[in-house]
Design a protein around this ligand. Sequence first.
Ligand code: GUN
Length: 292
Amino acid sequence: MAEILDGLKVSKEIKAEIKAEVEKILESKRRAPHLVAILVGNNGASKAYVNSKVKDCEEVGFQSSLIKFPSTVSEAELLEKIDELNKSKAVDGFIVQLPLPDQIDQEKIIKAIDPRKDVDGFHPENFGKMALEMDTFLPATPFGILTLLERYNIETKGKDCVIIGRSKIVGRPMSILMGRKDFPGNSTVTLTHSYTKDIEAYTKKADIVITALGDPHFLKGDMIKEGAVIVDVGITRVDDDSPKGYYLAGDVDFDSCAAKASWITPVPGGVGPMTRAMLMKNTILAYKTSVY
Ligand code: GUN
């Protein structure tokens, strides 16, 4: 029976560490780190994510601001706001919650963010630095997974790591990070996706499987090796008869995989809270490295 990689517990530890740092900052009469979130439109999931980011800021003692635009906002208006935030000496980092409405070129928006304030780590300059093993902001979900593996002392060196899903914010950066020369890295990485002929052929041989595809219960126990480490990034709302009307499902079929794995992340309470904590980590890093 697998042991649990408890992302909720570790995320609380990380937030407590950040809070202690903020207290020291305030004692020395400096201002608190300040994160700004831009939210466009009315997407329910995006609203929930942004609200939880604001709540996390409160918890660790950061200043936070939420800037809302209607879904009809023009690209020019958004770029103007980004320019203002780039120049503001009172803002350490900011994020533009994705996805954006169709009239807005997402790539253009991400490229407009000053890389020094890009606490999501989505700017091409920061993505390039990540691949080149230079210091930078790592995207929050991969950063959270690495930190979780690190805190539980999970050996990654020389291991076969299979990642399912090649999204720009999770699977792709994860595949780069697991193969980097620093800890926790040095894995032999296979990045599988929708055109992979036989995913099971890969997962069955993997020492570490990281699923980020958004397909509830996709990974079954008979698709993994005895003793594998299983990391589940998926979190999909599935309607049910519970009082809430839904439950949150991971990509991993928990019971059958937990019976075989050595370590496994739960959903909820695994990768999700780690992602949130790492945005706070990137924000304090932006504060500490800021030129102001
Ligand atoms: N949409 C889904 N995840 C993220 C994230 O980590 N950052 C931003 N900006 N948008 C997202």
